[in-house]
Design a protein around this ligand. Structure first.
Ligand SMILES: Nc1nc2c(ncn2[C@@H]2O[C@H](COP(=O)(O)OP(=O)(O)OP(=O)(O)O)[C@@H](O)[C@H]2O)c(=O)[nH]1
Ligand SMILES: [Mg+2]
Length: 455
C-alpha cells in the first residue's frame, strides 16, 4: 500500500445507467484536478457536474464528481468518486487515464482495508462490509448491518474495558507492593471473570448460526425409488429441474440447487432412489447419494406414504449415519397407509411430515420444520441481541475465555498480582484480536493514569 493512490470501479462491470469510479489516496485530488481543472478548489462532499478530460486532452465523459477529503471519507484518506455513464468502454478509459496519472489499480477489498488501517472501522465492521455485499437475503443483510453498526464491537469493547479496569487495579498493587496497599480483590476479580466468560459463552452460542447464515445449509433428499424425491425437489425449488417419471430409478446423478427459506440459504440435493440394483450406473448414483447424505446438515428421508415401504429399504435409510433428519411421508393426496406418529416411532422420534409434492399440501410445514431444525428458533433475535459470529471472531473470543479461566486458577492458587496481571493482559490482548485492535501501550497508560492513587 505505502500510501499510494488506488483506483477501481466500485459498481459491477457491465452496462448500467451510472457507474462509479473510486479513487483513494494522497494523489486523488491532484488526479481529479488534472481531469477537471478547478476541482482542487471544490469543497469536501460537494457534488460537481464536470467534463472529464483525458491526459491527451480528449473529452472522456460529462460526469458527477465528488471529493471527500481526509479524514472524513470511507477510507479515511482523500477520496474522489466519479459517477460516470455506465459503459464498460467508458469506465475502462477513465480508469486507464487515472492510472496514467499515477494511481495504482486497487486490490481486493483495498478500500475497506484502508478504512480499517486508518481506524475508520474495526475488523468486525470490515468483515461485516464483505458480508453485506455478499448477502442474498434480508436476514443476512440485517445481521451484517448490525455488525457494521458495531453491535459485536460494542459488546467486546465492554468486556475489554471491564477487564482493563481490573488490570489497572492489579498492576497498581504491583507498583505499590511495598506500601502494603491492597487495591484488588481476588474474590471480586474472580466474580468478574466468571461473569465475563458467561457473556462470551452467550456470544459463542451463535457461532453455528453464523456459519449457517454465511455458508448455507446442505439438505439431501434420500429415499426409495419412486417415493417422489425429484417431485419434492422441484416443488421446493419452485421449478421443474429434475426429471420426474413413474419409472423407478429415474434419477441417477446428485442434483444440487440453491433455495432460500426464511432468509437462510440452503443447498438442496436430489439423489438416486435407494434399491437393490444390478445396474452399475444406478448403483454408482445410489452410493453418491448416500455419500452426499452423510455430509449433509439435514437429510430428508422421503417415503411414499401411500404404500407401505419395504422393510429392507427403510432399514437401509435408518442405518445411514446422518447429522439430522426429517422424515417426509409423500403422496398424502393418495391417502396415508400409516399415521405420522407410527412412522416417527420407527425413525427414532424424528419429525415426520406428511406432504404432497405434486399437490403442494404440507410443504409449508416442511419448510418450517427445516428452518426450525437449522436455527432452533433463535433466528428472530439475530442481529439484535444475538450476534452471528464468524470463525475468526469465535476463535479469538475462545482465547479470551481460556486466558480468564487460567487467571481464575492462578487466583485460586493464591498467585501474586504479577501472575494474575499476566493472564489478564493475555485476555485483553485476545479481545483486541476480536476487533483487530491490539491494545497498545499508550492506551494502557491512558487508562492507568486515571486510576493513579497517592494523590
Ligand atoms: N399422487 C402423487 N404422486 C406423486 C407425488 N409425488 C410424486 N408422485 C409421482 O410419483 C412418481 C415418481 O416421482 P419422482 O419424483 O420421479 O420419484 P423419485 O423418488 O425421484 O424417483 P427415482 O428418481 O426413480 O428414485 C411420478 O409418477 C410422480 O408423478 C405426490 O405427492 N402425489
Ligand atoms: Mg428422482
Amino acid at each position: 500500500m505505502d500510501g499510494e493512490t488506488v483506483v477501481a470501479l466500485a459498481t459491477p462491470p457491465g452496462e448500467s445507467g451510472i457507474a462509479v469510479v473510486r479513487i483513494s489516496g494522497p494523489r486523488a485530488v491532484d488526479i481529479i484536478e488534472g481531469m477537471s481543472p478547478g476541482a482542487s478548489g471544490w469543497k469536501s462532499h460537494e457534488t460537481h457536474l464536470s467534463r472529464l478530460e483525458s491526459i491527451n486532452g480528449e473529452i472522456l465523459d460529462e460526469a458527477l464528481a465528488i471529493c471527500m477529503l481526509a479524514p472524513n471519507s470511507y477510507t479515511g484518506e482523500d477520496v474522489v468518486e466519479i459517477s460516470c455513464h455506465g459503459s464498460m468502454h467508458l469506465t475502462g478509459a477513465i480508469i486507464e487515464d487515472i492510472i496514467l496519472r499515477g494511481a495504482e489499480p486497487a486490490g481486493q477489498g483495498e478500500f475497506t482495508k484502508r478504512a480499517y488501517l486508518n481506524g475508520r472501522m474495526d475488523l468486525i465492521q470490515a468483515e461485516a462490509v464483505a458480508d453485506l455485499i455478499s448477502s442474498e437475503t434480508k436476514l443476512q443483510s440485517r445481521v451484517a448491518l448490525a455488525h457494521l453498526k458495531g453491535s459485536l464491537s460494542r459488546k467486546v469493547g465492554e468486556i475489554e474495558i471491564g477487564l482493563l479496569g481490573q488490570l489497572a487495579l492489579v498492576e497498581v498493587s504491583i507498583d505499590f507492593s511495598e506500601e502494603d496497599i491492597e487495591t484488588w480483590s481476588a474474590e471480586k476479580l474472580t466474580g468478574i471473570s466468571v461473569e465475563t466468560r458467561g457473556k462470551i459463552a452467550g456470544l459463542l452460542e451463535s457461532e453455528m448460526v453464523g456459519r449457517k447464515l454465511r455458508q448455507g445449509i446442505r439438505i439431501t433428499i434420500l429415499g426409495p425409488r419412486n417415493a417422489g424425491k425429484s417431485s419434492l425437489y422441484n416443488a421446493l425449488i419452485g421449478e421443474e429441474r429434475a426429471i420426474v417419471s413413474e419409472i423407478p430409478g429415474t434419477t441417477r446423478d446428485v442434483l444440487r440447487e440453491r433455495i432460500h427459506i426464511g432468509g437462510l440459504t440452503y443447498y438442496l440435493e436430489d439423489t438416486a432412489g435407494i434399491a437393490e440394483t444390478g445396474c452399475e450406473i444406478e448403483a454408482r448414483g445410489i452410493s453418491m447419494g448416500m455419500e452426499a447424505a452423510r455430509g449433509a446438515d439435514i437429510v430428508l428421508f422421503v417415503l411414499d406414504g401411500s404404500h407401505k415401504a419395504r422393510d429392507e429399504e427403510e432399514d437401509e435409510l435408518r442405518n445411514i449415519s446422518v447429522v439430522d433428519h426429517i422424515v417426509v411421508l409423500n403422496k398424502s393426496d393418495l391417502g396415508l397407509t400409516e399415521s405420522t406418529s407410527e412412522v416417527a416411532e420407527r425413525f427414532g422420534e424424528a419429525d415426520v411430515i406428511a406432504v404432497s409434492a405434486t399437490g403442494g399440501e404440507g410443504l409449508t410445514d416442511l419448510r418450517n420444520a427445516i428452518f426450525g431444525r437449522t436455527v432452533g428458533g433463535d433466528i428472530s433475535r439475530l442481529g439484535s441481541e444475538r450476534i452471528a459470529l464468524n470463525a475468526r471472531q469465535s476463535t479469538a473470543l475462545k482465547d479470551v475465555s481460556a486466558s480468564l479461566e487460567r487467571m481464575e486458577k492462578e487466583i485460586a492458587r493464591k498467585a501474586g498480582p504479577e501472575i494474575v496481571s499476566m493472564e489478564l493482559r493475555e485476555a485483553i490482548d485476545a479481545c483486541g484480536k476480536v476487533t483487530g485492535r491490539a491494545v497498545s501501550q499508550d492506551l494502557l497508560e491512558t487508562i492507568f493514569s486515571r486510576f493513579c492513587i497517592g494523590k
